[in-house]
Design a protein around this ligand. Structure first.
Ligand SMILES: [Zn+2]
Length: 211
């Protein structure tokens, strides 16, 4: 059994969505200053690093992240590689990808994963995302969970339409995956977001198991 960790490391100075707080991760108790133990404080938006979006992110009365069904967050997943020259994942791109009807979980590996390899600390507005018609195509295929390798599932400045299509269907959205080291194919996904009451999302540890 091989465990692929596709989670970004949350650290100070890491790239965050424009306008959201920078990561604050510092010790409030220090052994070297005579404290009984080291204790680290964490302060950041729930949409930091590798994280899950709950329906409440874009829908006022939508479910919060603590209520997501664990049955959706664990199970067979297909990693689909999108050619490096594709700028947006549209319905046409999804049709060409060969994704089968009835695929429940899909993660899109795009050229975005290069950003993590190159260790780009600044926000990349040209990242690849799923268009509204691409989101609709996923709904029609019966997809229940979709993930991508940058900080939003939708292209920059086009957040709302894509998120609404997916979240209205109660689809689980995972953002900020690092898929640079995984090949396309089938894996078992384990995605466990922190159980944060009433929150619109949560950071998650995400692993892909291959046997
Ligand atoms: Zn998010």
């Amino acid at each position: 059994m091989k465990i692929n960790d596709v989670t970004l490391t949350i650290r100070e100075g890491m790239v965050v969505w424009p306008g959201e707080p920078e990561v604050d991760l510092h010790r409030v108790k220090k052994l070297e200053e005579g404290a009984n133990a080291n204790v680290t404080y964490m302060g950041f938006a729930v949409h930091t690093g590798t994280h899950v979006d709950a329906p409440r992110h874009f829908i006022a009365d939508g479910n919060s992240v603590d209520l997501l069904d664990l049955n959706m967050l664990i199970g067979e997943v297909t990693v689909v590689e999108i050619p490096q020259d594709v700028d947006h994942i549209s319905a046409a791109v999804i049709a060409r990808s060969g994704l089968a009807v009835g695929t429940e979980r899909v993660l899109f590996k795009t050229r975005n994963s290069n950003y993590w390899v190159e260790n780009r600390g600044d926000f990349q507005p040209g990242f690849v995302g799923i268009t509204e018609d691409g989101a609709q195509a996923l709904v029609e295929l019966g997809v229940k969970l979709v993930g991508i390798d940058y900080l939003s599932i939708a292209p920059y400045k086009m957040s709302r339409p894509t998120h609404l299509v997916l979240l209205k269907e109660k689809m689980v959205v995972i953002e900020g995956l690092d898929l640079s080291k995984v090949k396309p194919g089938k894996y078992t996904l384990y995605c466990l977001p922190l159980k944060l009451a009433n929150a619109d999302g949560a950071p998650a540890r995400v692993i892909l198991i291959e046997d």
